[in-house]
Design a protein around this ligand. Sequence first.
Ligand code: SAH
Length: 210
Amino acid sequence: MTNLQSIKCKRLADEIADEIELTPAVYNAICETQREIFVQNVAQAYTLNAQPIAGNQWISSPLTVAKMTLALECEDVDNVLEIGCGSGYQAAILSKLAHRVFSMERIGELANTAKKRFEILGTRNVIVRYDDGTNGWSSYAPYDRILLSAASMQVPQVLFKQLKIGGILVAPMVKNNKQYITKYIKHSENDYEEICFDECAFVPLLNGRA
Ligand code: SAH
């Protein structure tokens, strides 16, 4: 990362930290992730705005990314599954916290571009797969954490099955035409605690590969 990039990343992290309380690990992850690599409009890379990416999809506001990441509590966990890789920015943040990140994307072009970005960045602990995430990714299950980066009315049951006992799943859930960052803690095979946080705006979780 160039000096200028690291100054911009730090400024972004500080701006987020003015809004919400960040843990040192999440603050550092934002400082270490060059957002301009993941967006189309470099001039807008370090603002708190959501950004358009290919395939008519959106990369979330860095503030939302930070909130989702905090809710996930994934520092030092072994493996995280993300559904909705998009640009790869959220996965890049997760890669600074968790040991391994598995990220699924149903749009082939986005999956390929994200893969290339991780190659360029030399990020080796993110594996991107072009596939429908509503079926989860059984090869590496169970997961310590699962993050849905697309909104739905109901979390697919198979994702809860692929979550470890004691694991956390975070998803934007649709309720009364609004979306809320929602955290589920899996206490046992049939016992989940549900905690609802801030409102958010994500594109919908869709079925099948595009
Ligand atoms: N985490 C992304 C956010 C991208 S927007 C980022 O940081 O840029 C949400 C993404 O979820 C979109 O790219 C969309 O194509 C993808 N998506 C929606 N439904 C999906 C599904 N069933 N499986 C995999 N990806 C899905």
